[in-house]
Design a protein around this ligand. Structure first.
Ligand code: SF4
Ligand code: SF4
Length: 434
């Protein structure tokens, strides 16, 4: 993801525009864990240029290199020419998928994303059988894996499954007579795993007397498939979502999303995806929706009285928070101030040394086939969270939550992860119990 979408199929032009200044290298997540020129933004761009000129085969080694980028956008942020390294890598991953196919477990996962009813059944089965394999629930809200699955390393913290998904738990409309009306897009991890986020968002909106619409037919935003090069799944899910959103967008003030990756995908990448494929009509439809799509803390901070309400309550919690800037929140959407402003009404914020450093989630391929890279990238993040001295780490992103919770667990750091919406909800409820 980047702010530059022009001509991303022209890898040679991107390569020619790279002035080799190297500004991107110190901030590159993969280069920081694998200090080799080929795994740096400058190296990726160079190789892509050679690939398009016909001088480089897309062989297994090249595949391995292009699949090691975390798509964190750190490079785009600092590049003087704003070269869209992340986006050209997303494009070449589609070529890789065409040439090599997509691993069976990823295809199975993306099929589940396309069929929500099937995903619901699988998640219910997962909940029923989870005690067979996942025994120890951690403070971070996950389950420690205690046996070897083919694609998951043992002794790894995975998010636990909820008995009932967020979308199946609530009616379509809540607080019917509220003065204003917003829709919630929940995201897959918050729908099936971290369901406390949606519960908290509902309670915060109720407290503000806002009518809540929960669009039951919403599908995955398609980010996991996009980052893996499965563009068939991206096109299918995106078109279904756009048609569905159009059916109710006139009747809502906003659609709010407590998830940075989903929000960035919907608001930023849907339009670019269609534009780059010459589907201008779909790109225009995606763009039209954008005006009403916000990250949850952004909308609550800018468009409601929530900040004043939290200030008035005059509650100070003993636990302090360190805030992690999810790549898809700060770098793609410019959201960093809003969650902090809301949280600092009731909590002390102890900034970690580099809140902007990528947590190392990296997407489906890195979390499965290249998990050692996620572990390496997660270690310094865990260390800076510990050094902050805070008891809670927060970010508005469940992919970061999954990665950071595991990094904390594997590095023995006793800090809890919470979405800012959960912490705000706690502050609102604290007053009621006084
Ligand atoms: S997106 Fe991140 S990991 Fe990939 S090249 Fe850029 S800085 Fe490096
Ligand atoms: S910052 Fe941009 S121009 Fe400079 S080396 Fe990196 S990709 Fe090339």
């Amino acid at each position: 993801m980047s702010n530059q979408a022009e001509d991303i199929f022209n890898f040679t032009a991107t390569s020619d525009e790279c002035i080799k200044c190297g500004k991107c290298i110190p901030v590159c997540t993969i280069h920081n864990v694998n200090a080799d020129e080929v795994t740096s933004p400058r190296g990726f761009i160079d190789l892509l240029g050679e690939y398009q000129r016909g001088n480089l085969d897309l062989d297994k080694q090249a595949k391995d290199i292009f699949e090691s980028c975390f798509l964190c956008t750190n490079c785009v942020d600092v590049c003087p020419n704003s070269l869209p390294t992340d986006m050209v890598i997303e494009e070449v991953r589609a070529d890789i998928a065409d040439k090599y196919g997509i691993a069976w477990f990823k295809r199975a996962f993306f099929t589940l994303l396309r069929y929500r009813w099937l995903m619901d059944i699988m998640m219910k089965l997962g909940f029923v059988f989870k005690t067979c394999g996942f025994k120890q629930e951690s403070k971070a809200g996950g389950m420690r894996a205690r046996f070897n699955l083919p694609i998951l390393k043992a002794d790894r913290l995975l998010p636990s499954l909820s008995k009932t998904s967020f979308l199946n738990k609530y009616p379509s409309t809540i607080n019917r007579d509220g003065a204003r009306r917003v829709a919630i897009f929940i995201g897959c991890l918050a729908n099936y795993n971290y369901t406390g986020i949606g519960d908290s968002l509902v309670d915060v909106l109720k407290e503000l007397n806002i009518e809540i619409f929960i669009p039951k037919k919403q599908k995955c935003c398609s980010a996991p498939a996009y980052f893996t090069g499965d563009f068939y799944t991206v096109e299918t899910l995106t078109k279904q979502n756009i048609e569905y959103f159009e059916s109710f967008f006139e009747d809502i003030e906003a659609m709010i999303i407590p998830e940075a990756t989903c929000s960035a995908m919907i608001k930023h990448d849907w339009e670019i995806f269609f534009k780059n494929r010459g589907m201008d009509d779909w790109a225009a439809r995606a763009k039209k929706l954008n005006k009403k799509i916000f990250m949850a803390t952004e909308w609550l901070y800018k468009e409601t009285e929530l900040k004043a309400i939290l200030d008035e309550r005059d509650i100070r919690f003993e636990e302090s928070i360190t805030y992690h800037d999810a790549c898809h929140a700060k770098k793609v959407q410019g959201i960093e101030r809003e969650p902090r402003e809301l949280l600092k009404s009731n909590y002390e914020i102890k900034e970690m040394s580099d809140p902007n450093r990528c947590c190392g989630f990296g997407g489906v391929t890195i979390q499965s086939e290249k998990f050692h890279l996620a572990q390496a990238a997660g270690k310094p993040k865990a260390a800076m969270i510990e050094q902050s001295g805070a008891q809670i780490v927060s970010a508005e992103c469940s992919a970061c939550r999954m990665q950071i919770s595991n990094s904390l667990y594997q590095n023995g750091v006793d800090v809890e992860f919470k979405n800012p919406i959960e912490l705000i909800d706690k502050a609102l409820k604290e007053r009621k119990s006084d």
